[in-house]
Design a protein around this ligand. Sequence first.
Ligand SMILES: [Zn+2]
Length: 223
Amino acid sequence: MGLTPLPTPSLAERTFSHIADPGLFVAFALRFEPGRDPVRVAAPYEPEEGVRLEAGGISPETRLAVTTAVETAQRIAPWCPVTVGANLISAGIPIRPGSYVERDGQRFAELGGIFLRNSEEILLAASHSPFGILSMAAHEAWHALEMRLADEAKAAVMADLGPAFAPPEHPYYADPEERRAVAFDTWCKRFFVGMPGFSSSTDLDAIFLAAWSGELGKILSDR
Ligand SMILES: [Zn+2]
């Protein structure tokens, strides 16, 4: 009986090879103040009660996306410091569906990102996929931008949004602020994946493009 050659690894096997690889263990968080070099901050980093960036493993692929994620967030909302850690958890009931972890007998929701309204700071978790952190950066930066955006612009975005698939039992999907932020991060994915054929044809496109390009962020920086 002849030997059958081993198949070459499939794309999926190569893509997921980091699962067997412990990746990079990051014992600190990185804080990016606008226009400055990143500095290490001790992890766990708790800028607010119940919100915690933890140490943990980061896959090599996501590690490469961190710089782009921070650049994206700070182009959209140039006044926001961005702090990146491995895992981001928040005490209590999550505002969006997701998994839970326990710390000291307490329940925490696992998040990909959060925008802290009081300090106008963005926190991002690097334990997710590369597209996950890029998308989360756009999402949280949109929340930051919206705090300074005219009501007319928000209304124009809502007016262009059609009906959405939305699991009705969870209020996250019905919240207009989250609908706009999810719409924006979904819209931005076209650039992350290099989709062709973009043309701006609606108010929503024009507003999102001005946000993505940094044009709105520059105008709103001084407020
Ligand atoms: Zn959100």
